[in-house]
Design a protein. Sequence first.
Length: 118
Amino acid sequence: VQLQASGGGLVQAGGSLRLSCAASGRTFSNYGMGWFRQAPGKGREIVATIDWSGGSTYYKAPVKGRFTISRDNAKNTVYLQMNSLKPEDTAVYYCAARELERYEFGYWGQGTLVTVSS
């Protein structure tokens, strides 16, 4: 499966952005999806995940209550709605896919930069 992330940009603290990740090449509903991020000088970390149906989600603690992951299987797209953004949310955000019954995310998009100014 190929993944294409978009929607990043520059936003002031307290603002919102919605990231999108379009998938192609395979049956989208056969994959769990996730968003990860990598801040300057730091390692990549998980942000949120969603199962194949959208019925089960996970959020890393710092974004819980501010970010919402969702998916539209008819459009082969996963979203990350980010509200109440903070400067510490500044990072390159990556979408990723994992096959059903797999723990590891084996497919990655190219990343989209989110910059939150104070």
